[in-house]
Design a binder for this molecule. Structure first.
Ligand SMILES: CC(C)(COP(=O)(O)OP(=O)(O)OC[C@H]1O[C@@H](n2cnc3c(N)ncnc32)[C@H](O)[C@@H]1OP(=O)(O)O)[C@@H](O)C(=O)NCCC(=O)NCCS
Length: 381
């Protein structure tokens, strides 16, 4: 097992092998789809399991700070989990994911999040579906009536809708930075995302500059999903309209966003867009020490909050203590409480969960939970 690449030649060979498996016949594609992961980056940890001299299994860990309001959570994102087809079923996939978890703990990341359809692979590894995202099914009519509705607030607004031009990318970065939750990226990292293939961007401009944007597609993902958007509601909706129109009336287009009632999804829902609620992804607790420290900032009323594992299994029970008392919860319950969930949690609903933790957490500090945790399309890997 190796964390990092041993040499530039090894890096090239592993990337070729990975691309052959995950993007056959499309040399260079993975690196273009995930520019942050395949550039020299101290926050990125490629993990390769070798069978003799040949790569057998792989996982990528990206260590990030998720800014939620004014505080931060240290999180690991895992992706590109892959075992050579000839070597599957020998536990290699499990071993690279466990190696990524061990790396995340060593790096003091409080939890790890990933995206996958493979429940029977990730669930036995202790990952649980957690967090929330809202998908809205859009059609031109619902977008048009939403535009008319939000236009009542600013009737004079007229935008020019266009494709992306180079200076617009920093305007998009500025608009994104006003979000309640986002992964922190340095300007170079964000700039590198500009060249991801199969990304369709619309920008709404007026005399004052860029007022809104919307992005559909990202490499092989999000082909029919607007996964990044922002700016003034009217400008954003005009961009969504343009993307929907370009896709054609026979194809469904979706809008992805954090749960809640922000202006754009809410206007669309009021005007007929259907809502599909989904878990954000798979999550597993990593360094409880790091998570305790990060949570202390979010929950100032619960001084000295500490999380401890009651048993070594990844999905085991957690003891939550603070100067107010102690509670015991399953990892799943804790993740659901922190990140949100629409799934029934150990047969208890959210308010029961909160009261279960009440002895450990100051009642006033329960309000910020679940955290408004969300990962946007350009940030997911
Ligand atoms: C998913 C993948 C990485 C599993 O690799 P692997 O080395 O065969 O996995 P393991 O041998 O460690 O299997 C661990 C467990 O997961 C289960 N599992 C493995 N592959 C699975 C799959 N494709 N679907 C559902 N369950 C699977 C097995 O039942 C196994 O449990 P067991 O040991 O009790 O039988 C591999 O099939 C792969 O590369 N698939 C293509 C790429 C992909 O889909 N990656 C996931 C993206 S997040």
């Amino acid at each position: 097992m190796r964390v990092g690449f041993g040499s530039p030649a090894e890096r090239r060979d592993i990337l070729e092998w990975l691309e052959h498996g995950l993007r056959p016949g499309r040399a260079g594609r993975l690196a273009r789809e995930y520019p942050i992961l395949f550039r020299r980056n101290p926050s990125v940890f490629p993990i390769t399991l070798f069978d003799g001299a040949e790569p057998a299994a792989f996982a990528m860990l990206w260590a990030v700070h998720v800014r939620v309001g004014v505080h931060r959570l240290r999180v690991g994102l895992v992706s590109l989990v892959y075992t050579d087809p000839a070597l599957r079923g020998r536990g290699y996939g499990r071993r690279v994911v466990e190696a990524a978890m061990a790396q995340a703990e060593g790096l003091q990341l409080g939890l790890v999040v990933l995206w996958s359809e493979l429940e029977s692979f990730y669930s036995p590894l202790g990952f649980v579906r957690a967090g929330r995202e809202d998908l809205l099914v859009l059609d031109i009519d619902s977008i048009d009536s939403a535009i008319r509705e939000v236009g009542l607030d600013s009737p004079a607004a007229t935008f020019t809708i266009g494709s992306l031009e180079d200076p617009d990318w920093s305007a998009i970065e500025r608009i994104r930075s006003q979000r309640e939750c986002q992964i922190e990226m340095n300007p170079d990292e964000f700039r590198s995302l500009r060249s991801i293939p199969d990304m369709h961007v619309r920008v709404a401009r007026d005399a004052t500059g860029v007022r809104g944007f919307a992005i559909r597609g990202r490499g092989d993902d999000f082909r029919e999903v607007i996964h990044e958007w922002g700016g003034s509601p009217a400008a954003t909706l005009e961009c969504c309209r343009s993307l929907a129109e370009a896709l054609g009336p026979e194809r469904e287009i979706l809008l992805l966003g954090p749960p809640g009632r922000s202006a754009v999804p809410w206007a669309l829902r009021r005007n007929g867009a259907r809502l599909i609620r989904k878990p954000l992804g798979w999550a597993r607790l990593a360094s409880l020490e790091a998570l305790s420290e990060d949570l202390a900032a979010f929950l100032p009323g619960s001084a000295g909050i500490r999380l401890f594992r009651m048993d070594p299994s990844p999905a085991g029970e957690i003891r939550v203590t603070s100067d107010r008392g102690t509670a015991r919860v399953s990892s799943r319950t804790l993740l659901h409480l922190l990140l949100g969930s629409d799934e029934p949690t150990d047969g208890m609903n959210a308010s029961e969960l909160r009261s279960l933790l009440a002895p450990a957490l100051a009642p006033s500090a329960l309000e910020p939970l679940p955290l408004p945790f969300f990962i946007w399309g350009l940030e997911s890997i």
